[in-house]
Design a protein around this ligand. Structure first.
Ligand code: ADP
Length: 595
């Protein structure tokens, strides 16, 4: 139950549960009814056995009387008109009293009463004719008569037993013993039992329920009525239909009947000797009450469980909605926190961007400062020289030494050329050089670069060796710029070898993975370890003032990366430095001999 309560029981489960429980209650009610009915049937059968035995016993107790009287000499003599009636009357009176029967009397051959135990009573039978009674006709026919009827004279019901009186085979008359069955009926009534006895026509003539007596269990046929009337069996009784109507026939001897108010179990058993039937009637009220008690208890339990289920469902629903509300609150709080965190992140990011912008600005300024320092450094000397040359030129003009003055002006022109070359190099940083894209054959670029540096190579006395593939290696780019890179690298190599021996410059071009590599190695001083990471920065130089501006490698770096390539510097194991440029190529075309 508890586990069920932990979840919300769906409506259909409740409905199915109630249906099942109702079914169970109905079954339990039916079972209780059946068991209680079985109990009543059992008791009823036992009672029937008992009452049929007492009835049989009550009837048989007097059965000897007519037989004994029929053999009585005095009775026979009376019928033969030999003995006076009074004597027999006294005899019958005495015997009747002793035997406990109701009345003993003698009928002559025509059915007239000639002697009777009640001869002295006001309702004496003497003189009455009972020739119409079946017990007379039966006896006259030589049989024993057995007949229940309401007394024609006394109006009191009784059981009549008769026997023929014969002498030497001659029918003289009939002796009759009337037995009162009222005490039996009273006993049944006192015992709280409803016992009924019906005759062969189905007329109830014994009943512990007075309102049911002299009613017929089924409608009487005209023939039956005629026979009853002929024997005046039930005097003036109208013999209505019994108020007991069959509701359900369980078997021929068991049925459920109703008197319109209550229901009864009607058990019957035939009494073949008399052609009668004895009935036991038991109210079904206790059975119904017991079944009703089960039904009421069961229904109450079902309703209680249903109410509990609904209460639990309601409670669980409330708990769930409370929990959902709590969860919603928690989610709202988390959302709020997240929002705050996002705002915090935004603020931090903003601050970072600000800091980064400041850093960029600072580094720009630092680079600018470095550059300015370099330019100032580079230009100061030629400017000072120019100032000196200008002053001396003016003096020489004043002295009219035209030849010397021309030399001085020529020197000034050289200085301005030098300054011009410095500023020309700086142009590359001033604005992006428009990218000319053409098919460039690397071998041709190398040839031009070597032509441009041939004077320098021979001046410093450098031994040049080169390995170049036969196939023309083509790339996209600007040949002048590629040549500038090669010239810078060749010049630097030569500069590094100026003060050392041997002076060997090796240029190797190779291909790998859709790119070419140009390696320019010298046998010079090599590069100090700490400078390896600085080489490509603008204005980094280790050369004396006036010998280098520190822009060659940074310009080369810019050109190579613009072409989608890379440039790196290493020291050779045997001394000297190597610069390796890698550039993407379009194609390698075989053009002829190895160069
Ligand atoms: P510059 O030649 O004006 O100094 P570069 O940018 O061309 O400017 O070179 C920067 C520095 O790199 C040089 O000053 C030198 O110290 C070093 N360097 C370049 N090439 C070589 C080389 N082949 N061997 C040794 N050092 C080199």
């Amino acid at each position: 139950m508890l586990r069920i309560i932990k979840q919300i029981v769906p409506w259909w489960v409740l409905v199915v549960g109630v249906l099942i429980a109702t079914g169970a209650v109905w079954q339990a009610t039916r079972l209780t009814y059946a068991v209680a009915l079985d109990g009543i049937v059992e008791t009823g059968e036992e009672r029937l056995t008992l009452y049929s035995a007492t009835l049989r016993e009550a009837l048989s107790r007097y059965a000897y009387l007519p037989y004994v009287l029929a053999r009585n000499e005095a009775v026979q003599d009376l019928l033969d008109s030999e003995t006076p009636g009074d004597q027999v009357n006294q005899y019958l009176e005495g015997l009747n009293r002793e035997a406990g029967s109701n009345t003993l009397y003698v009928l002559d051959a025509l059915g007239n009463t000639i002697a009777s135990s009640n001869w002295q009573e006001s309702f004496s039978y003497i003189g009455h004719n009972y020739g119409y009674r079946p017990y007379f006709t039966d006896a006259k026919a030589g049989r024993q008569g057995r007949f229940f009827a309401i007394g024609a004279t006394t109006g009191r019901p009784g059981f009549f037993m008769s026997y023929p009186v014969q002498r030497a085979g001659r029918f003289l008359g009939v002796v009759v013993a009337k037995v009162d069955l009222d005490p039996l009926q009273d006993d049944w009534q006192k015992g709280g039992e409803t016992v009924l006895v019906s005759d062969a026509n189905g007329v109830l003539f014994l009943s512990s329920r007075k309102d049911w007596i002299y009613t017929s269990l089924s409608p009487l046929s005209a023939e039956q009525r005629a026979r009853i009337d002929a024997g005046r069996q039930y005097a003036e009784q109208t013999l209505k239909l019994t108020p007991l109507q069959t509701v359900k026939k369980i078997d021929p001897n068991r049925s459920i009947v109703s008197d319109g108010k209550d229901r009864y179990l009607l058990l019957s058993r035939p009494l073949p000797e008399q052609g009668w039937k004895i009935f036991h009637v038991a109210s079904l009220a206790p059975v119904r009450e017991r079944a009703e008690a089960v039904a009421v208890t069961g229904t109450a339990s079902v309703l209680l469980i249903l109410a509990l289920g609904m209460y639990a469902r309601e409670r669980r629903q409330k708990q769930l909605s409370r929990r959902k509300a709590r969860e919603a609150d928690a989610i709202k709080a988390i959302n709020l926190r997240l929002q705050e965190e996002v705002e915090e992140h935004c603020r931090t990011e903003h601050a970072l961007r600000h800091t980064q912008a400041e850093l960029v600005q600072n580094s720009k300024l630092a680079a600018l400062g470095q550059m300015a320092a370099g330019i100032v450094h580079e230009l100061n000397q030629p400017i000072a020289a120019m100032r000196t040359y200008a002053a001396s030129g003016r003096l020489l003009l004043e002295r009219q030494e035209a030849e010397k003055a021309r030399e001085t002006f020529a020197a000034i022109a050289r200085i301005t050329d030098h300054m011009g070359s410095i500023t020309a190099q700086l142009k590359i940083f001033a604005h992006k050089t428009p990218r000319r894209s053409e098919r460039v054959v690397i071998q041709n670029c190398l040839d031009s670069a070597l032509a441009m540096t041939s004077a320098l190579l021979s001046e410093v006395d450098v031994k040049l060796s080169k390995t170049v593939p036969t196939a023309a290696l083509t790339l996209h780019g600007d040949s002048a710029r590629v040549e500038q890179v090669l010239v810078n690298l060749i010049r630097n190599g030569v500069d590094a070898m100026r003060d050392s021996q041997p002076r060997e410059l090796k240029i190797d071009i190779s291909t790998a993975d859709q790119s070419l590599e140009i390696a320019i190695s010298d046998s010079g001083t090599g590069i100090e370890e700490q400078n390896l990471s600085e080489l490509f920065n603008p204005f980094f130089t280790t050369k004396e003032v006036g010998k280098g501006l520190g822009l060659g490698l940074s310009i080369s770096y810019r050109i190579v990366t613009d072409l989608g390539g890379t440039i790196r510097a290493t020291n050779n194991p045997l001394g000297g430095a190597s610069f390796v440029v890698r550039l993407p190529i379009i194609a390698a075309e075989i053009t002829g001999e190895d160069r």
